[in-house]
Write a protein that binds this ligand. Structure first.
Ligand SMILES: Nc1nc2c(ncn2[C@@H]2O[C@H](COP(=O)(O)OP(=O)(O)O)[C@@H](O)[C@H]2O)c(=O)[nH]1
Ligand SMILES: [Mg+2]
Length: 319
């Protein structure tokens, strides 16, 4: 643990591998480690970054990360990559794009191609974040692959949710109508360079209009829509300032910790369900029944909710 606290990157990486492991004995060691580092966690600003593939998230993170370092802070970069369980590889694959950031003493980059279903992946990412916090990283940047449920899960473990938008990428696809707008705290229209400045301004206007119809996520916070270029390092300092402003406001109103408390409760509920199921399935008759009822549900013999209820009530007393 001292190694992690002193900022030793090799030991930090080793600790992350431990929490990512699915082996039972590793899990025990991981729990022990997390317990010990607990007092040293929670001191970072956790930033989630979303946007369609190609929006420039990795490019943004690379240059924004360097800006964070230039401000005297340490930055850790993590990635949720749920796709890896499907195609057995990481579609992230762009770690190389962060070459410059990776050279920095005060940066730590960890693509975490995790297998398993999404909920589990997000929980592992949270624990990875705890390790990074204990290692003294002030900013944790989490890149999502802009698909499916991953945004929700990243929003559930971060303090600030940043949406990278590109001009004319198809609003529907970019999440304007997918509920993303209800999760964001900050929007950055990326790839804004001389030739498309006017277009970008129009997009900003449209976005602001759309935002008027969305109930504010945080009272007193009007979602800023910033313009810039991740590649040419333009507008990133504004993002930095807005992140500070937003988290500072939330700290003053108490919302910062309130939201983190709610997030922790959600994770607790998740783990209760996980452990109950895991314990139940230790018995082979329960495991058999589980497979049987799951099959009934999957083959549409009956409603999944009904099957789940029958299964649970078979083994847990109703009173
Ligand atoms: N012109 C321009 N290209 C950019 C900008 N940001 C990213 N790109 C390019 O867009 C492509 C996708 O970027 P990447 O960071 O991998 O996107 P991600 O899939 O969202 O992580 C790469 O070729 C980048 O060089 C930008 O601000 N301006
Ligand atoms: Mg990327």
């Amino acid at each position: 643990m001292e190694g992690i606290r002193s900022g030793d990157k090799r030991l930090t990486a080793k600790a992350i591998t431990l929490v990512e492991s699915k082996k039972a004995e590793h899990r025990i060691q991981a729990e022990e480690l997390l317990k010990r580092i607990m007092p040293f966690t929670g001191n970072s600003i956790r930033v989630g970054i979303t946007g369609v593939p190609g929006a420039g998230k990795s490019t943004f993170i690379e240059n924004f990360g360097r800006l964070v370092i230039a401000n005297g802070k340490k930055v850790a970069v993590l990635a949720i990559d749920p796709s890896s369980s499907i195609n057995k590889g990481s579609i992230l694959g762009d770690k190389t794009r962060m070459e410059e950031l990776a050279k920095e003493e005060n940066a730590f980059i960890r693509p975490s191609p995790s297998s398993g279903f999404l909920g589990g992946v997000a929980n592992t990412t949270f624990e990875t974040m705890m390790i990074c916090e204990a290692a003294g990283y002030d900013y944790i940047l989490i890149e999502t692959v802009g698909v499916g449920q991953s945004e929700v899960l990243v929003a559930d473990i971060t303090d600030v949710f940043l949406f990278l938008k590109i001009i004319g990428g198809g609003d529907e696809l970019q999440g304007i109508k997918r509920g993303i707008m209800e999760m964001v705290d900050l929007i950055f229209i990326n790839k804004v360079e001389q030739d498309n400045l006017q277009k970008a301004k129009n997009t900003r206007l449209e976005l602001k209009r759309a935002l008027d119809f969305i109930p504010p996520k945080e009272k007193g916070w009007k979602i800023p829509v910033l313009l810039g270029s991740a590649l040419y390092n333009e507008g990133l300092d504004e993002v930095y300032a807005k992140i500070f402003e937003f988290t500072d406001m939330k700290k003053k109103t108490g919302r910062f910790n309130e939201v983190r408390t709610q997030q922790a409760e959600k994770r607790f509920e998740y783990w209760v369900q996980e452990y109950i199921l895991a314990m139940m399935k230790r018995s082979s008759s329960v495991e058999e029944a589980y497979i049987k009822h799951k099959k009934n549900a999957s083959e549409m013999v009956s409603n999944p909710s009904t099957e789940a209820k029958i299964f649970v009530e078979k083994f847990l007393s109703k009173d």
